[in-house]
Design a protein around this ligand. Structure first.
Ligand SMILES: Cc1cc2nc3c(=O)[nH]c(=O)nc-3n(C[C@H](O)[C@H](O)[C@H](O)COP(=O)(O)O)c2cc1C
Length: 374
């Protein structure tokens, strides 16, 4: 299993509120990146968000040794040849620690950037884009003329470090599933229930089989985690977040997602229905899976809430459903990375990179302490 953390703003104890959001700057991202690396996460997702994910990721390479940067790219905003060159540069400079997350946004977001493709045309575009990108990354000289993309004699001056740069992807519509089945290595879903995840996995795998890729694709899930020593303390922490979800914040977030053409978002919104019940447990849509976060943010809106044992059990449910990758986060990102890494990560079958340094504990037996650290 691979476990990634999250490295994108906004952040803070209550990032949807002015008084709960934390100032973000380069030094703070360095701290999170160093923590994620030291704690032994497989990597971190840099989504499109507060900062440009590629510049942010590149700037953090010197502060990390092991972790994989999973960096989001919107196909309609870039030439596939330019992205291939960015990939090669990043992969070389990070010594093969790049994964690319192909994302499609939604019509409103894309319009801000000057792109006005319909939902399914965005995926038709992405299909052409990935065809060209894959060819370039294989070292081919590519001439391609499609409906949207026309490149002539394109090629890369240098290869990436990795023979195969992994392409990841999120998108829940039928058009998205078709593209994922054809091109993608790791298909991601926001945190739906294990049953919903399993149904998607079946569908995407069946489509991949048509391209002879049933075993070439694997699956991941993006979840918040609210873990505490006891279940009671975890729900108290969720209650604290809930108490800070004022009416204006909920109304603002729900207005943003109303009428959005993202199927993934529609599926997330359906898990809470856009209204805030008095009792937060009414939003426990499956054991320990809470949809309350979606009330105040678009995109990933669910959290696993519980004791370490419960969180590990629920993750096992996802693994039984076919999930091999977890992208987790908490609020704030820095403190919750430590909490998750100490309470949950040691109980997951993750290949962790041993952090530098030795563990020490207060002990009267100095000899034993010296032996343990030798
Ligand atoms: C784990 C995950 C991460 C995502 N990250 C981004 C992102 O960084 N930027 C973005 O615009 N969309 C992101 N998305 C959204 C999807 O790429 C996609 O645009 C959205 O689900 C709409 O497509 P759909 O209608 O096929 O679901 C993400 C989705 C998932 C599941």
């Amino acid at each position: 299993m691979e476990v990634l953390w999250y490295l994108t703003g906004p952040d803070g104890r209550y990032p949807w509120r002015k008084d709960g959001a934390r100032p973000l700057n380069y030094a703070y991202f360095q701290q999170i990146a160093r923590a994620v690396d030291h704690l032994g996460f497989t990597g971190a997702l840099l989504a499109t968000g507060s900062h440009d994910a590629w510049i942010q990721g590149a700037a953090l390479i010197p502060y990390t040794e092991h972790f994989q940067h999973l960096i989001a790219a919107h196909p309609p905003l870039l030439s596939p040849v330019l992205l291939a060159k960015m990939i090669t540069t990043f992969d070389q400079f990070s010594n093969g620690r790049l994964r690319v997350n192909i994302v499609n946004g939604d019509a409103r977001l894309m319009a801000q950037f000057g792109t006005h493709l319909s939902h399914d045309d965005r995926y038709a575009y992405t299909d052409e884009f990935l065809t060209v990108l894959r060819g370039l990354l294989r070292g081919e000289t590519v001439t391609f003329k499609g409906r949207f993309i026309h490149v002539v004699d394109a090629g890369l001056p240098l290869p990436p470090t990795q023979a195969h740069v992994p392409l990841w992807f999120g998108g829940s519509s039928p058009a998205a599933h078709e593209v994922a089945a054809k091109h993608i290595d790791t298909y991601l879903s926001w945190g739906e229930t294990p049953e919903q995840a399993q149904a998607k996995i079946r569908e995407v795998r069946a489509l991949a089989a048509r391209h002879g890729r049933a075993d070439a694709i694997r699956f991941g899930i993006r979840l918040y985690v609210i873990v505490r020593e006891t279940e009671k303390a975890a729900w108290a922490a969720a209650q604290d977040l809930y108490d800070h979800m004022d009416e204006a914040a909920v109304a603002g977030a729900q207005a943003y997602v109303a009428g959005i053409d993202s199927v993934g978002q529609q599926r997330m919104s359906a898990l809470h229905g856009g209204r805030k019940p008095k009792d937060l447990r009414e939003l426990e849509i499956a054991p320990n899976l809470w949809s309350g976060i979606g009330l105040v943010r678009h995109g990933p809106g669910t959290a696993l809430v519980g004791s370490p044992q419960q969180v590990v059990q629920r993750l096992q449910d996802y693994r039984d459903a076919g999930i091999e990758v977890l992208i987790a986060s908490g609020m704030p990102l820095l403190e919750e990375a430590y909490r998750f890494a100490e309470l949950v990560l040691p109980h997951l079958p993750v290949q962790r990179n041993a952090p530098d340094g030795v563990t020490s504990a207060f002990t009267k037996d100095r000899d034993a302490a010296w032996r343990a650290s030798a």
